[in-house]
Design a protein around this ligand. Structure first.
Ligand code: GAL
Length: 824
């Protein structure tokens, strides 16, 4: 067969009717990657054969090594009220995120089709080339962007060379940003007349349990003067078609094509009932189908009423939310659905119902999971506007790019049921400039223009400025970051008569570490660079959780909170950020970097999770050398009363105080407020043995008990997997908690020995973490020190079905072994 014939045959094959009007695939495997400013790397003929082969999502910096020099800075962190510059280390995780990286791959497009590349996020300053020609540039590393590359494709549609140059400047972030193509890259293939990326807008103007109205607006690219016919079916969560519209018209002045529907007795979306509908649209021109587009949505109403609060589907509720950065701990910034699902599963059980994507646009996978699992989202684009927080931060791009960044964020997520609020920024220094309100108004107006259905907030920390200069008065929902003591004043001053805790707490604690004496402290520093697990420590600007619980309980006009943070993250090791290497990850998390809940998790759970009982005791009870010393015991529980026993001896009952009782105690007891939410025995001499707590209900009936034993000698490794059946898709993950225990299975809570792992069969070792913010063990190597007796090993499935055998070994201990299975 000569070349010409085979080319013709290929073209015929490629243009067979079997090619759907619209198709989409991910560019995941077989990318070539290299670091450095490589000349001619965009040229199609460039020889990349010696480059590393990687899969995307990929984070080039997460493999380390950790080094103090990676983010050594001499700066004053102004938002922490620092006036003088000082040496800072670990702010971005001590990881090599700065520099230039190149990625190259190839893709095919059937002849005659349109091709659009969609990047869910590329860190950062992405320059995209197709067949050697620049296709697009997008500076902000967190945002999704797309470019139509049809004109740049090879004539036969094959082997199009995609090259992406990314550059992270040093001092461009206040936390670990990740590096590279850390989110997915999609190729979207369509006919010429098609629904463009994010081309529908679906709103629900009326929502009630009797009926809901639905308005779908569909954009059509290249419609020209054609008559466009759109047939849309609304499909209910149980798969039934509940409404259909079949309309034909010309596209008037490029305005979207509008269709309206009425649904009887809709099932409403809420965190507790995350029902999702689909609008499935087929687009025809002259009888020929040109496109098919699915818009997933939920039916729900949101309302904020002055003095009364926030209402979802007409029902009052307060946000029980957390802020999270985007990194996935030991996986770095590389997005992974199983890792996100694990995070949300833990948060759900805590009673959390909302997520703030601080301080940037999320991965689309997170938003989709929040739709499906039931979390309300506040999506936030920026940590900087036009005034710098970091020398090389987003302020360099703000003036030219802010509107484009906002538009992409808003169009991308305006159909997602989970999204209930937009935030326009976090603690931007612009809040204090006299003209700052104009910038805020510019951004808020873009939100209202692109999405008239959701309110807008802004996380403000400079309360004096924003109350005086009109900045806070013009935001739909004034959001205060911390400054709990100024809520009442802000409520009294501002016209909205509503206050959101857009960022709260910033309590600091290290899992399994307890400091004595137990007292409330701000900015406490210890030689081991850890913070107390008694949950009584914070930073100079922040507070412990009880204060935020009380604000929610005591004032109707507070609409809830977003705690800083759900999970520990890489970077920002406050209070150990001033020349305190090797501290390089946060201690703010309710859950640590290894995805292991700290004690604080149970405090939030005891208040937030109304469906399950919580009875949690701290500290651990293995304190050789502390015999006879005072070792306070705290209990986090939703039960009103509990009694404490040490080796059978009662230390009496404690009852949670009412607001009035706690108020009356303020002068005498620094932990008076804590007594509303925690049961505390402040005078308990330590003696080894058994710590027992018996909880009573309101009728004084003993209902549950918890026992903690003093651990004996470390004996074996106990393994607990969050799941034992994985999908054999090469991406799924199991999180295995590895615990150093005595012969009876009691955790040895101060054992920090080195543990090594092996994985055999249909999976591989992906990463591990121990939650110790000072640990320099590399996440991807299959050995790691335990921290407070535990660590997490993450196993990733391969694309083969079969058994996965995981073993953990450590000197002097019996080996732990667990068998997982991966299937199709
Ligand atoms: C806030 C800020 C967060 C984080 C936090 C730590 O002021 O918005 O990004 O830095 O402090 O407490």
């Amino acid at each position: 067969m000569n070349k010409l014939v085979s080319l013709i045959l290929l073209n015929i094959l490629f243009s067979l009717p079997a090619v759907a009007q619209r198709s989409e695939f991910l560019l995941e495997k077989n990318w070539k990657f290299a670091k450095g400013d490589i000349a001619n790397a965009a040229e199609p003929k460039f020889d990349d054969s010696k480059w590393e082969t990687v899969a995307v999502p990929h984070d080039w910096a997460i493999f380390g090594p950790f080094d103090r020099s990676h983010d050594l800075q001499n700066v004053a962190v102004t938002q922490n009220f620092e006036k003088k510059a000082s040496v800072k280390t670990g702010r971005t995780g001590g990881l090599p995120y700065a520099g230039i990286g190149w990625y190259r791959t190839k893709f095919d497009v059937p002849v005659g089709k349109q091709a659009t590349l969609v990047f869910d996020g590329a860190m950062s300053e992405a320059r995209v080339y197709v067949n050697g020609k620049e296709a697009c540039f997008w500076p902000f590393g967190y945002n999704s962007f797309h470019c139509d590359v049809t004109e740049l494709l090879n004539e036969d549609g094959r082997n199009n060379v995609l090259s992406v140059r990314l550059e992270n400047k040093p001092q461009s972030s206040r936390w670990y940003p990740g590096a590279g193509l850390y989110r997915n890259v999609h190729v979207v293939i369509t006919d010429r007349i098609h629904v463009p990326v994010w081309g529908t807008q679906l709103t629900t103007p009326h929502v009630s349990s009797e009926f809901a109205s639905i308005r779908l607006r569909t954009e059509i690219a290249n419609a020209g003067e054609n008559n466009i016919r759109i047939v849309t079916e609304i499909v209910s969560p149980d798969g039934k078609v509940v409404a259909t519209k079949d309309n034909t018209r010309k596209m008037n002045h490029n305005q979207p094509f509008e269709q309206n529907f009425l649904i009887e007795t809709p099932v409403l979306w809420s965190p507790e009932t995350p029902y999702l509908y689909k609008a499935s649209s087929r687009i025809y021109v002259g009888g020929k189908q040109m496109d098919e587009y699915i818009t997933r949505f939920g039916i729900r109403s949101i309302e904020i009423v002055a003095d009364k609060g926030f209402f979802l589907n007409g029902r009052h509720r307060k946000f029980q939310g957390v802020c999270n950065h985007h990194d996935l701990g030991p996986l770095g910034a590389a997005v992974n659905v199983a890792a996100l699902r694990r995070q949300l599963t833990l948060l759900k059980d805590m009673g959390c119902d909302a997520i703030r994507t601080s301080h940037n646009m999320p991965a689309p996978e997170l938003v989709e999971l929040c739709d499906e699992m039931g979390f309300m989202m506040m999506i936030e684009p920026f940590d900087e506007w036009d005034i710098a927080k970091c020398k090389n931060g987003y302020h360099r791009y703000f003036n030219e790019w802010a509107e484009r960044d906002m538009v992409n964020m808003l169009r991308h997520y305006r159909n997602n049921a989970s999204v209930v609020m937009w935030s326009i920024g976090n603690e931007v220094p612009t809040q204090c400039s006299p003209e700052g309100y104009k910038v805020a108004s510019f951004l808020q107006d873009i939100c209202h223009r692109e999405d008239p259905t959701r309110p807008v907030t802004c996380g403000m920390d400079q309360v004096s400025c924003v109350l005086e200069n009109g900045f806070a008065a013009m935001i739909d929902v004034p959001g205060l970051n911390y400054r709990a003591h100024r809520y009442v004043e802000s409520y009294n001053t501002l016209p909205q008569n509503i206050i959101l805790g857009s960022e709260t707490a910033s309590t600091v604690s290290s899992r399994g570490v307890y400091k004595f004496p137990v007292e409330k402290r701000a900015g406490a520093l210890y030689g081991d660079h850890q913070c107390s697990g008694y949950d009584v420590e914070c930073c100079s600007w922040s507070n412990v959780p009880d204060m935020d619980f009380a604000l929610a309980d005591d004032y109707n006009w507070t609409i809830g909170q977003f705690v800083w943070t759900g999970f520990d993250y890489l970077g920002e090791p406050s209070p150990y950020d001033t020349d305190a290497w090797p501290s390089h990850s946060s201690v703010f998390g309710i859950i640590d970097l290894a995805s292991l809940p700290k004690d604080r998790y149970y405090l939030y759970r005891s208040v937030w999770n109304k469906k399950a009982n919580t009875l949690h005791v701290l500290p651990h009870w293995t304190w050789p050398g502390r015999e006879g010393e005072n070792t306070p015991v705290f209990v986090y529980t939703n039960y009103p009363v509990a009694e404490l026993f040490v080796n059978g001896k009662s230390y009496g009952r404690q009852r949670k105080l009412t607001a009035q009782e706690s108020e009356a105690l303020q002068e005498k007891d620094p932990l008076a407020l804590q007594r509303r939410y925690r049961l505390m025995w402040m005078n308990v001499p330590y003696e080894p043995g058994e710590l027992k707590v018996v909880a009573y209900d309101n009728c004084d009936k003993p209902v549950e008990e918890k026992v903690v034993h003093t651990a004996g000698r470390p004996h074996h490794l106990e393994l607990v997997a969050d799941r034992t059946e994985l999908a054999a898709d090469g991406k799924d993950l199991a999180y295995i908690t590895v615990r150093v225990v005595d012969k009876d299975g009691n955790l040895c809570p101060s054992d920090n020995r080195l543990i090594s792992f092996s994985v055999k069969g249909a999976g591989r070792y992906r990463a591990g973490a121990n939650g110790d913010a000072t640990s320099l063990d590399l996440f991807h190597l299959s050995k790691m020190h335990a921290f407070s007796g535990q660590l997490t090993a993450i196993i990733q499935s391969s694309e083969q079905s079969g058994k996965i055998v995981f073993e953990a070994k450590a000197k002097g201990l019996q080996t732990g072994k667990i068998v997982l299975s991966a299937g199709m």
